[in-house]
Design a protein around this ligand. Structure first.
Ligand code: UDP
Ligand code: MG
Length: 329
């Protein structure tokens, strides 16, 4: 199997209900493009039958399918990272397994790349998600737009296309907590965006709980911006200046009006407010420090149990992948 033109990387976590429909639409859509392609599925430690279904699919289409099986659940973005390390196309497309982004749109992304763009972002037209998710996404998009150098309309849409140069740059990164569309954007020379269709999840439920969503958004913010920390130091400076003024005011008042003991609850109110801000600041600092700690320990970011592939790719010498056994057919 010589190097394909297009690699499609798909993270899979407990998607047994949706996988048959995905296979049924994805392969014909790619066959119809008339481009040489491969599909790299990364099973992110599913505890349902997803891995078995991927194995079967590999046996059906070994010429264009490769499957990376993780040892545990390491998260969507690390699964994509592993897919990037195992793909060989000149153009790399990421896609979710739940059919929310129609595989039939992949051709349009590649057409954009034909025009010379090295990063094709996407905007979900009429997004089919809950009101809360849409509202939260809008807020996070605005925040990211203000506090980072990364500019895109819809950061959450994962059907995107990247050039080989961008993916090579990502492979050179050893980031533990990251957000692929944003990381890729930092390496893009000539990015563009197109609108694509969006559908309801074909089967199963979202794999992101509220907690996981919050963690993911912290990853995005901490990985690409120091503005939250800087805001805190600036706010600290302002509050210190205000308190000096306030102390001087109280001292003068003490001399003019005499001793006073009113306003106890106002004092409590102000104190609690400031303590709240201080705790939030400490927590925020912890988010950064925790990530620094995870990064400096340099543990493998993910463990691969097996790779199902027709033949070993030439450039598979990364530390993480060489440490684990590959199972080749
Ligand atoms: N996913 C994954 N690991 C996880 C969570 C999700 O590989 O820990 C995959 C999931 O199987 C899907 C994609 O990431 O292919 C997007 O997940 P989902 O559709 O649940 O996210 P949402 O569309 O709700 O943002
Ligand atoms: Mg989804």
């Amino acid at each position: 199997m010589s190097a394909p033109e297009v690699s499609v990387v798909i993270p899979v976590y407990n998607e047994e209900q949706g996988l048959p429909a995905l296979f049924a639409r994805l392969y014909p859509a790619l066959d119809a493009l008339g481009r040489r392609y491969e599909i790299v599925f990364v099973n992110d430690g599913s505890d349902d039958r997803s891995a078995a279904l991927l194995r079967e699919q590999f046996q059906r289409r070994p010429d264009v399918t490769r499957v990376v099986l993780f040892n545990g659940n390491f998260g969507q973005h690390l699964a994509i990272m592993a897919g990037f390390e195992h793909c060989r196309g000149q153009r790399i497309v990421t896609l979710d397994a739940d059919l929310q982004n129609p595989p039939e749109e992949i051709g349009r992304l590649l057409d954009e790349m034909d025009q010379g763009f090295d990063y094709v972002g996407t905007i979900r037209r009429m997004r089919q998600d809950t009101v809360f998710r849409r509202w939260a996404s809008r807020a996070m998009n605005q925040l990211r737009e203000h506090i980072t150098r990364i500019h895109m309309t819809d950061q959450g849409c994962m059907l995107r296309a990247y050039s080989r140069d961008i993916v090579d740059a990502i492979n050179a990164c050893r980031e533990v907590n990251t957000f692929i569309p944003a990381l890729a954007f930092t390496f893009a020379v000539n990015p563009t965006e197109i609108e694509i269709r969006h559908e309801e999840r074909a089967a199963g439920e979202s794999k992101y709980s509220l907690y996981k969503l919050i963690r993911l958004n912290f990853d995005l913010v901490t990985a690409f911006s120091l503005v939250p920390l800087q805001t805190f130091s600036l706010a600290g400076i302002c509050i210190s200046i205000l308190s000096v003024i306030f102390v001087v005011f109280l001292a003068v008042r003490r001399l003019v009006v005499g001793p006073e003991a009113e306003g106890l609850f106002t004092l409590f109110g102000i104190a609690f407010f400031l303590i709240g801000i201080a705790l939030f600041g400490i927590g925020l600092l912890g988010e950064y420090i925790g990530r620094i700690y995870e990064q400096v320990r340099q543990r493998p970011r993910f463990l691969i149990q097996a790779v199902l592939e027709d033949e070993a790719p030439a450039n598979l010498a990364s530390a993480e992948t060489s440490r684990v056994a590959s199972q080749r057919t």
